[in-house]
Design a protein around this ligand. Structure first.
Ligand code: F6P
Length: 506
């Protein structure tokens, strides 16, 4: 008989806690059970979860939790373009942008993508004159994905030099101005709503910069990327330079839509398409694979194990690849804005949800934060991400040292080392997962990102929360508007700060 959610959690809580060393000693087939490759044409990705505490029986109980959570139905609804974001009455159709989803949505996405392709290729062919730079203004999901992808894939001989500016702090925009020649710069204004104050203010300042430099028709240098094309028209952008996307694409899931324009401008259309294809391969795997063999679902089992059964409040991600240095920033929004909730879909208290995501790059992080990971009092599950092929052309010693360190850290965290001297004792039994890609090409990159999107969704389903809304970000915006409007008194601390900064209206 199918268990209820509560029963599934209760039986999960009854499991013993053998150490990782014990688990490896007990089961010679452990690596085969928990480490699998996803093939992506000529390339592939190994997902090795064997250094986590997952066991055959835990996997069985997590499969029961997924069943109790109607995971198969929820997943089918996601891909069918049904409402999976009930608080906003919306579907979440990022996979349709990659060609996997409801037929009508896939067709609509194909048509919009074709339009974007024409503009990208026209720009590359010189239809808008000489274009050497693109300043992309956007924030949150309208910036983090593009910034990550351009940084990861657009390093070697980019077709156009792209600068992603998100912060309202003018220092960020000034830095981009310094690096660009106004005569050969386009401005992409990326905002799903086309109302976000930081983006619209940065866009205005970018236009002024063009005008001050004597560029004719600065608005004619703007490309708008938005789900609110009517607002972009009102703002003054010509319809031929507006690239729309569907309302059913969430901000933090939007790099596959026209929000990915700077990516295509930097790496070219072919590579952009490969990125989508890599993501589509993961969509198909996630849609069609049952239970523990489903890689994002298996990763979510492990995430929930550490969250709910070991009480871990954070999880860390270390990319042993300089090209992925922005990956932790990107994941922070994806995971924390999606699953940082405290009520269930029905509005009841949820219990613990998304851990805090943090991380950095290896090997830098080893010389900064790994002390705590090896000997501190927090248990932090870690993901390591690395590529077998190097991203550089220097002496191969660089890449060997990088990879050896990555693998050594996972091994050392798990094995530990006993010593009579407490200061030199390493407790070990500290879990990690390793994602090892053959090569960080565009398809692999797309697959890596889509894997994390589905992992977040799978965790949300089992936690019974809605990963697709983000009401938590609204109150601060509301308060900022009230401060701006004036006439209201705030708490004494805020009033004192406003007064010091000369912003008080009272
Ligand atoms: O403040 C949060 C948020 O709504 C994110 O979810 C979103 O990615 C970001 O702001 C930017 O929104 P927009 O694309 O509408 O400018």
């Amino acid at each position: 008989m199918t268990k209820t959610r509560d029963e599934a959690w209760k039986s999960l809580a009854l499991h013993p806690d053998p150490t990782l060393n014990e688990l490896f000693a007990q089961d010679p087939g452990r690596v085969d059970m928990l480490s699998s490759r996803l093939e992506l044409g000529e390339m592939g990705i190994r997902f090795d979860w064997s250094k986590t505490h997952l066991t055959d029986s835990l996997l069985t109980d997590f499969e029961a939790l997924a069943d109790a959570s109607d995971f198969d139905t929820m997943r089918a609804r996601l891909f069918a373009g049904e409402v999976v974001n009930p608080t906003e009455n919306r579907a979440a159709e990022h996979s349709a942008l990659r060609g996997v989803g409801q037929e009508a949505s896939v067709e609509e996405a194909d048509a919009l993508r074709e339009r974007m392709k024409l503009l990208v290729e026209a720009i590359h062919a010189g239809a808008l004159g000489e274009v050497n730079h693109l300043i992309h203004v956007g924030i949150g999901g309208s910036a983090l994905g593009p910034a990550l992808a351009v940084d990861a894939l657009g390093r070697d001989d980019p077709k156009v030099d792209v600068h992603v500016v998100s912060n309202i702090d003018g220092v960020a925009l000034e830095e981009a101005f310094e690096a660009c020649d106004p005569a050969t710069t386009l401005i992409a204004v990326a905002s799903k709503t086309f109302t976000t104050i930081e983006t619209m203010t940065n866009a205005q300042s970018a236009l002024k910069w063009l005008a001050d430099a004597g560029v004719d028709d600065p608005t004619g240098r703007v490309i708008a990327l938005t789900a609110a094309p009517e607002k972009a028209v009102e703002w003054g952008v010509d319809e031929t330079r507006i690239l729309p996307f569907a309302q059913s694409v969430g901000g933090r899931y939007s790099l596959w839509s026209s929000i990915g324009f700077p990516i295509a401008i930097s790496i070219g259309w072919e590579m952009f398409k490969q990125m989508l294809n890599g993501a589509a391969r993961v969509d198909e795997h996630f849609r069609d694979t049952a239970g523990r063999d489903n890689l994002p679902l298996r990763a979510a089992f492990s995430d929930l194990y550490y969250l709910r059964l070991r009480g871990c409040q954070t999880r860390a991600v270390f990319a042993y690849d300089e090209r992925l240095r922005l990956f932790p920033d990107y994941l922070q929004q994806l995971e924390m804005e999606s699953n940082g909730k405290s009520v269930t879909v029905d509005g009841e208290p949820s219990g613990p949800t998304a851990p805090i995501t943090w991380g950095g790059v290896g090997t830098d992080a080893q010389h900064a934060v790994f002390q705590l990971l090896h000997q501190g009092t927090h248990l932090v599950p870690i993901d390591f991400i690395a590529s077998i092929e190097p991203g550089d052309l220097l002496d191969s010693a660089h890449h060997h040292i990088l990879l050896m360190n990555c693998f050594a850290q996972g091994a050392a965290l798990m094995a530990g080392k006993q010593s009579d001297d407490p200061h030199r004792n390493y407790p070990g039994d500290r879990p990690s997962a390793t994602i090892l890609v053959d090569d960080l090409d565009a398809a692999t990159f797309g697959a890596l990102v889509a894997f994390h999107e589905h992992r977040v969704f799978a965790a949300a389903v089992m936690l019974d929360i809605n990963p697709f809304d983000q009401f938590g970000v609204e109150l601060g915006k509301e308060m900022a508007n009230k401060i701006e409007a004036g006439g209201e008194t705030f708490d004494a601390s805020t009033e004192a700060l406003l007064k010091d900064a000369g912003l008080s209206n009272n």
